[in-house]
Design a protein around this ligand. Sequence first.
Ligand SMILES: [Fe+2]
Ligand SMILES: [Fe+2]
Length: 259
Amino acid sequence: MRVMLVGDVIGRPGRRAFREYVQKLRKEKSVDVVIVNGENSASGKGLTRTSLDELYSGGADIVTTGNHVWDKKDVLEFIDSEPFLIRPANYPEGAPGKGYCLYPFKAKTIGVMNLSGRSFMPALDCPFQKVDELLKEMSGQCDIIFLDFHAETTSEKMAMGWYLDGKVNGVVGTHTHIQTADARILPQGTAYITDLGMVGPWNSVLGVKTDKIIYKFTTGLPVRFEVEDQGPQVFSAVIVEIDDKTNKTMGIEPILITE
Ligand SMILES: [Fe+2]
Ligand SMILES: [Fe+2]
């Protein structure tokens, strides 16, 4: 089985690129299942009914999120009823939505977890303690497990990768919108990349119009971010190969397409 994990999709241009390249890669690289981070899919911040539906119709099977999950209030209306939309599991007890899901594919069940880091991020519960709880809860219920660890620092993400080495099939980082060049299989067999990168405007700062960000840095004044709606897109992902007999991870291939 080949599972593709795709980085944060940015607004309308990102959703267009997501659809185009997922459809292409499903054919060319025999991708079976697609997991994507949708936290920026609605005009760069949050998710709406429309942006989520476009991810699904564009080829997403499971949608993960991160710190921007609550930015569009719409999400509160559907997050509890979407079986394959998840948010970081380490939000306080009682928060809407759920932190993992079980996705059936052929005769297998794929467990997908979502957690947020705590370094330079909102103050949430400990992701390391939480992941232990989740693994206990999920044990016996799934054959294959992935984690989208939505975090700012490379160190926190690497620590999580090593913490889970041999316990899950893959740990991928999201949130920084820049793909790191360290996709690898860790010694105990877990596929790992510090950050998947994004699907969105290539001539931008993390998806936002460059002049807005330059203005912010050069003046110190607050600005309203706008998604760059012109120019080429970047598509960032990894494809993880799983052995169908043993459920072991066989390989990880980074994908970085720039138009
Ligand atoms: Fe993001
Ligand atoms: Fe984020």
